[in-house]
Design a protein around this ligand. Structure first.
Ligand SMILES: *[C@@H]1O[C@H](CO)[C@@H](O)[C@H](O)[C@H]1NC(C)=O
Ligand SMILES: *[C@@H]1O[C@H](CO)[C@@H](O)[C@H](O)[C@H]1NC(C)=O
Ligand SMILES: *[C@@H]1O[C@H](CO)[C@@H](O)[C@H](O)[C@H]1NC(C)=O
Length: 272
């Protein structure tokens, strides 16, 4: 009797530790808990209120360099000095995770790096938003990929690819079986084996560059954004697969565009 209640208490302790560990936000990263915020307009946990939900999320409300933004032609400066997106990625062991608000592919030990203005940023995870979060001249696209990188000093850089409906994307195609698996999986995590981030096609050297924030709480600022200029394609089925796997009741996970304020947007175009 005594023995079994002690066992029961011990069991509960383990459960609560596991739960609190899985709810913890990563140091600089995004929040993992699926019910803390949502994307519903005018909801108490919706995007307009993220900054009021927790003291550590206040930047979502009062930050002046937030993301996403509209990339409007009139405010873009064309430059040739930023340099190509120098992607030095390597095939790495990755896990697909359902975070409740999106699907993330996490590289357990990083997957190589990119160099931006002399600093190395390591690729840690990628995830998808639909419809796209960034818009171009007011137009939103079907899907947006975020490749999240972090430097040793904690500074973050996100490389983004936009997709419209059309031919299948081969990288997403290679993950379809795992995505189907995660849609029914209770634990919502699935090892995807060795994934090569170089297989993510970009198809253009041109990209927009501006300084913004994470697009989910805590909306950390000073993130260097590189939005690839060329809009690529995915099928409706691929977008649906990403949405079905997310365990929420919304059909969107895109934050509304944020005020540009005094920011500059650059468009890198190599000299020919
Ligand atoms: C990748 O990591 C998972 C979990 O950490 C492990 O079970 C699996 O064996 C690893 N796969 C490879 C190919 O290293
Ligand atoms: C690049 O780095 C230099 C020196 O650290 C800095 O002065 C400059 O503003 C940076 N340029 C960009 C575009 O971030
Ligand atoms: C933001 O980034 C710039 C360089 O991109 C750096 O000089 C500055 O110290 C950073 N500010 C904060 C608050 O981290």
């Amino acid at each position: 009797m005594v023995n079994s209640s002690i066992r029961c208490i011990f069991f509960l302790l383990i459960i609560s530790t596991v739960v609190s560990l899985s709810n913890a936000a990563t140091s600089h990263g995004e929040v993992e808990d699926e019910h803390e915020f949502n994307y519903k307009k005018n909801d108490e946990k919706g995007p307009e209120r993220w900054g009021k939900l927790k003291p550590e999320w206040e930047m979502c409300g009062k930050g002046e360099i937030q993301s996403p933004i509209d990339l409007m032609n009139e405010r873009v400066n064309i430059v040739s000095h930023l340099g190509r997106l120098n992607r030095n990625y390597k095939p790495s062991n990755a896990t697909l995770k359902n975070r409740g608000h999106d699907i993330m592919l996490r590289f357990e030990n990083g997957a190589g790096s990119i160099k931006i203005n002399g600093s190395q940023y390591e690729l840690q995870q990628l995830h998808w938003h639909s419809p796209s979060e960034h818009s171009v001249n007011g137009r939103r696209f079907a899907l947006e990929l975020h490749m999240v990188h972090e430097a040793k000093n904690g500074r973050m850089a996100v490389v983004t690819v936009l997709y419209k409906i059309g031919r299948a994307d081969t990288f997403l195609g290679s993950l379809e079986k795992e995505l189907e698996g995660i849609a029914v999986l209770e634990e919502a995590e699935k090892n995807a084996g060795i994934i090569d981030p170089k297989k993510i096609k970009i198809g253009s050297r041109k990209y927009y560059r501006y300084i913004g924030s994470l697009t989910t709480p805590p909306c950390t600022q000073n993130v260097t954004w590189s939005v690839v200029r060329k809009v690529r394609t995915v099928t409706r089925k691929q977008v649906r697969l990403l949405r079905v796997a997310v365990h929420d009741d919304q059909d969107t996970n895109a934050r509304p565009v944020q005020p540009i304020n005094k920011r500059m947007v650059k468009l890198y175009r190599p000299r020919v």
